[in-house]
Each structure stands twice: as C-alpha cells, then as structure tokens.
Design a protein around this ligand. Sequence first.
Ligand SMILES: NC(=O)C1=CN([C@@H]2O[C@H](COP(=O)(O)OP(=O)(O)OC[C@H]3O[C@@H](n4cnc5c(N)ncnc54)[C@H](OP(=O)(O)O)[C@@H]3O)[C@@H](O)[C@H]2O)C=CC1
Ligand SMILES: CC(=O)[C@@H](O)[C@H](O)COP(=O)(O)O
Ligand SMILES: [Mn+2]
Length: 382
Amino acid sequence: MKSLSILGSTGSIGLSTLDVVRRHPDRFSVAGLAEGHDVEALSRQIREFNPSIVSVRDEASAAQLRDMLDGNLPEICWGIDGAARVGEAEEADMVVSAIVGAAGLVPTVRAIKAGKDIALANKETLVVAGQLVSDLVRKHNVRLLPVDSEHSAIFQSLEGHRTEDIERIILTASGGPFRTTPAEELLRVGPEQALKHPQWDMGAKITIDSATLMNKGLEVIEAHWLFGMPADRIGVVVHPQSIIHSMVEYIDGCVMAQLGAPDMRAPIAYALSFPERCESGIQKLDLTKVATLTFEEPDTERFPSLRLAFDALRAGGTYPAVLNAANEIAVASFLDRQIGFTDIPAIVEKTMDAHKPENTVDLDHYLAVDRWARETAAAMTL
Ligand SMILES: NC(=O)C1=CN([C@@H]2O[C@H](COP(=O)(O)OP(=O)(O)OC[C@H]3O[C@@H](n4cnc5c(N)ncnc54)[C@H](OP(=O)(O)O)[C@@H]3O)[C@@H](O)[C@H]2O)C=CC1
Ligand SMILES: CC(=O)[C@@H](O)[C@H](O)COP(=O)(O)O
Ligand SMILES: [Mn+2]
C-alpha cells in the first residue's frame, strides 16, 4: 500500500489523481490533502478518503471546514506552511505536487527534505529553482517522477536506454486554441477564447499558458532539469492531435515515442505505480479513428513566449524564476481583463530585460527574486 499526500487536491490534477486512487483501494491510500479555497470540495474528499491531515488557504477557511465536518476530524492546517506540513506527514510515502504556480515550490522542497518521493505536476517548481531542487533530490535520495504528460512520455521513452545514446528530446505541443489565428486577431482575443483548449481539460492558468506557448517554454526548462539536456538538444514540434505525448531521438536515428488518449490519468497512474503499471481509466487508443497525425514548426513570431523561455534557460541563474513570476502576474491580469493576450509575452520580456541576474541555489534568494519580478510585472499591468 502506498500512502499519498496530494497538494492541490481540488484542482484538475488533484481530481484526476483521486480518480486513480479510487480505482485502486488495495494499492493507494490518502495520508493528506491540501488545497486553496474550495472548502466544500475538500470536505467531500475528506469524507471519502479519510486523510489524517489537511490544509486550506487561510485560518478562516480552516474554521469553515471544521464546521462542515463531524466525527473524526483530521488535523487542519492552513497557508503554504499548512500545505508543506501535509507533504511532510509521517505516513506519506509519496507527495503529488499539483498546486498551481510558484506557490508549489516551498511545499515541494519541504517534502523532498522530509524524504518523500515526489510525483511532480507543478512544473513551476523546476522552472523557478531547478538547480536547488535537483541538488536536494540527490542529497535526500528521493525519486522525482514526472506527471506532466510530455515528461512522462520522455521518461517512458528513455527506459532501457543509455543516456549517452540520446541525440535529443522532442516535446510535442498542441499549438493551443490560436494555432491558426492570424497575428492581428491575437490582439483582440479574450479569456473565453483562450480558455478553450483543443485537447486537454485543465486549470485556467496552464490553459492560458498553452494558448501563448509559454506552457511549452516552461516544459522545455522542466525537461532540462529532469533529463539533464541542454537547450540545444531539446526540440519542440506542434502536433495538434496530442496523441504522441513526446519523443526521444537516439544517435542511430531511431525515435521512441509514447502515445495515448489525452487524459492525465495515464501519466498520473504511471508516476504513482512506477516501476509497475496500473489501470488508469483512460480510453484505449484506436489509431484507425485518430487516422491522421500531423506535425508543424512552432511559430515564435506569433507566440514569443516559447522563445523567451529558451532565452531564460540559456541565460540561466535567476532568469527562469523571473520569466515564471512575470508570466503568472500577466496571465492573472489577462484573466481579469486588465491586459490583452499579446501583452502577456511583452510584460514577461520587459521584466526579464529589467532583471540583474544572479546565480543562486538558496531558497530565500529564489523567493526574493520571485517577489521582485511579480512587483515589476504588476506595475506594467496598470
Ligand atoms: N491540469 C493538467 O492537466 C496539467 C497540469 N499540470 C501542472 O499541474 C499544476 C496544477 O495544475 P491544475 O491542476 O491544472 O491547476 P488547478 O488550477 O486546476 O488546481 C490548482 C490546485 O492548487 C490549489 N492551490 C492554488 N493555490 C494554492 C495555494 N496558495 N495553496 C494551496 N493550494 C493552492 C487549488 O485550490 P483551490 O482551487 O481550491 O484554490 C487547486 O486545488 C500546475 O503547475 C500545472 O502546470 C501539468 C500538466 C497537466
Ligand atoms: C496535459 C499536459 O501535460 C499539458 O501540459 C498539455 O501538454 C498542454 O498542452 P499544450 O501542448 O497545448 O501546451
Ligand atoms: Mn504538459
């Protein structure tokens, strides 16, 4: 039996994770749950999965939750410290890191320091503090298993192969809802159009990132830290059907790929049950129904965010943390209709230009840079 703490349990990844857990009561149990403000949803999860510790956004939400529950109460905490305590829970064998944004960094770092294996959905953790997190994973001898669909595909395509035989890794991108939208129309698109992802049903922030191609940029940086590949050996190809989840090309020209229906329960089930596999509930792939798989070059003129992420990775140091924080602020402002779609990469680029880079592996330093970039980007949204 593997006991899980799920950080971000009421979100898209959290719900898919709990669906996998529900299918395997003999295999997985829930030690802890952490989320933000959806106390109602959390109370239902507590009744079904009986965790011993939970966390919500603030003290008021904790009081609200306590009033909703009767019988055996779990320990109730709040804030980032509360989420981190859920990750550190003694009975947890593995932590599913699925809080959205850089808010997931501290709980993930503390879970690693507590010796927990990590199933990582929260890509921002590696974008902000990739060197620190990689060092801690080695130091505490824990497993960092990818949940992100592309990285799970690469992880699976690497199995049984030697690192020195890899030529490059190739991330697939759906291209998002604006793949064929002309540049001048991108000036006018709003959140309701950007939130219509062609293939995946996900939280709002990552869905906007998919529309700008920043999601792919963040994933390039995530791949760099997970698989030790330099920027020049990470490729991106647009594949609108999202059936091939990513690929590894070897030095002999052979390419290994992982295919499947676009449903996050597959990579989640793989991370939870690794090195075994378990039934995930996804639809079986019928290639005769898919019929056509197509591929295109990404357009970094219309979608500069992908280029900015490669720039940040090549520049290194604290640049990726700045890229991420400015993007989080710009995406939130776009969702609030304060700025337009094309302002998102413009704000990220200007914030990066204003940054004086530093090399650091210190958590507080990363957090200070994150705060600076948020303030700088926020001033541009007014
Ligand atoms: N969705 C997907 O298919 C994929 C997602 N990912 C990554 O996984 C992560 C989660 O994405 P997704 O599930 O879509 O996001 P959602 O917005 O759907 O869910 C986010 C979860 O995090 C919680 N949360 C947000 N802020 C805080 C906070 N400060 N403290 C505690 N909990 C918080 C939310 O709680 P509440 O809503 O109650 O506030 C919610 O449970 C992201 O990093 C994303 O990039 C990666 C690959 C695919
Ligand atoms: C499901 C998943 O892993 C997402 O990151 C997905 O890849 C987003 O699709 P895009 O390829 O459009 O960014
Ligand atoms: Mn992905």
